[in-house]
Design a protein around this ligand. Structure first.
Ligand code: HOZ
Length: 431
């Protein structure tokens, strides 16, 4: 049992003195599940180790990037080699051409791509380009979808925003907020209504095709196709935010899996192999509006950073030549889902689980979870207790009901069996 977390506790106290909430990203503070956050010392393969040397099976994987496990030499060796050649140039490199070509070959919607430093930067830039391209101001986003912390997106947002009790962030001006229209996920009619009410004014519709920031939620049949049709008809730029799903659900992301091609795509997480990288891309016609080819300005000293490119390049080279990764990791996720479901069924507990490829969520409650409203109706208090009981048993779930699990190829069947056994023990303890 991992019960001694004294060093983590001490570090958290010290951190709170000098860092807001003691963390550099809100979800990490464990506010949604209670207790003190773990301070992490290292990770290898499927395991992460805290400051007190407790070992946990990793189900977060840095919120997605570590799809082939922590400290995988495929990535680490590429990074070590790149470090020898200096950490930053602020000038173009061969690696950027390689990674751009790779992205264009893997992601169906991308003909040209610009590298940035995070998913947030990618989404902020993408809507600027969509606005510049269409000459329109408004955007549509979906309740519970999270596109990073850019002002325009902090309206009815998921992820950490979903647990803070404030639907919209103070600091976002009324002027910015009025240009963001929101609809419920999986509700095509709501989008049709918004479009009709704002005819000719909507620049872009941005969506996580498979949301992972209100837990993992699956699109209803025909939903993504329906959005595609509306956008084509109304001249709205359809942006798939594939920061989480890109290179995870398939080499070409959710758009490849569902066969729906957006006009633009935003990427992050796996694209950097664990380094801070984001990217946005799309049709040439749209991307040619980006400076210096076009008038829409976007720049960055560290964009295309050589270490980040080396890491991302190694990751994408690996994934594009090892398609079996997706089958293996999907089978592991299925084993996990079926194992947990068998335990819950045996105990007569009401739940709803969602799974696609290596993304997974477990919701405690009676009903189907198809959008933010239904996700919020789940028993988040029970989830918090389950999270804590699992942590003691060496299993590290995301510390919020409103975050998806992300599995890695390093997770073994034995690890999965441990998670299933721990689930049974945990629920017996807390119910
Ligand atoms: N926004 C991330 C999850 N959706 C959390 C990032 C972090 O805390 O590292």
């Amino acid at each position: 049992m991992n019960t001694n977390i004294e060093k983590s506790k001490a570090l958290f106290s010290a951190a709170k003195e000098v860092i807001p909430g003691g963390v550099n990203s809100p979800v990490r503070a464990f506010k949604a599940v209670g207790g003190d956050p773990l301070f992490i010392k290292s990770a290898k393969g499927a395991y992460i180790y805290d400051a007190d040397d407790n070992r946990y099976i990793e189900l977060i994987n840095s919120w997605g990037p570590m799809i082939i496990g922590h400290a995988n030499p495929i990535i680490s060796d590429a990074v070590k080699q790149a470090v020898e050649g200096s950490l930053s140039f602020g000038a173009p490199t061969e690696a950027e051409v390689h990674i751009a070509r790779k992205i264009v070959s893997m992601v169906p919607s991308i003909e040209k791509v610009r590298m940035v430093n995070s998913g947030t930067e990618a989404t902020m830039s993408a809507i600027r380009v969509a606005r510049g391209y269409t000459g329109r101001d408004k955007i549509i986003k979906f309740e519970g979808c999270y596109h990073g912390h850019g002002d325009s997106f902090l309206i009815a947002a998921g992820s950490g925003m979903a647990t803070m009790g404030v639907p919209n962030s103070p600091g976002v001006t009324a002027g910015t907020a009025k240009d963001t229209l929101t609809a419920a996920y999986n509700d095509l009619e709501a989008v049709e209504k918004l479009v009709a009410q704002n005819k000719g004014e909507i620049a872009a519709l941005i969506i996580e095709p498979v949301p992972g920031n209100m837990g993992c939620i699956l699109p209803k049949e025909g939903y993504l196709e329906g959005l595609r049709e509306i956008c084509t008809k109304e001249g709205i730029v359809l942006i798939f935010d594939e920061v989480m799903t890109g290179f995870r659900l398939a080499p070409g992301g959710a758009q490849e899996l569902y066969g729906v091609t957006p006009d633009m795509t935003t990427l992050g997480k796996i694209i950097g192999g664990g380094m801070p990288v984001g990217a946005y891309g799309g049709k040439k016609e749209i991307m040619d509006h980006v400076s210096p080819d076009g008038p829409v300005y976007q720049a960055g000293t560290l964009s295309g950073n050589p270490i980040a490119m080396a890491s991302g390049r190694a990751m994408l080279d690996y994934l594009s030549t090892h398609p079996e990764v997706y089958e293996t990791i999907g089978a592991t996720c299925e084993r996990l889902d079926l194992g947990i479901r068998a335990v819950l069924d045996k105990m007569g507990l009401k739940y709803y689980s969602t799974r696609l490829g290596s993304m997974y969520s477990l919701f405690f409650g009676e009903h189907e979870v198809v959008d933010f409203e239904t996700a919020k109706q789940c028993d988040t208090a029970l989830f918090g207790k389950y999270f804590q009981a699992m942590l003691k048993r060496g299993v590290y779930f995301p510390p919020s009901q409103f975050e998806s699990l992300f599995l890695s190829t390093a997770l073994t069947d034995q690890d999965v069996d441990h998670i299933v056994t721990a689930t049974e023990e945990s629920l017996k303890e807390i119910l």
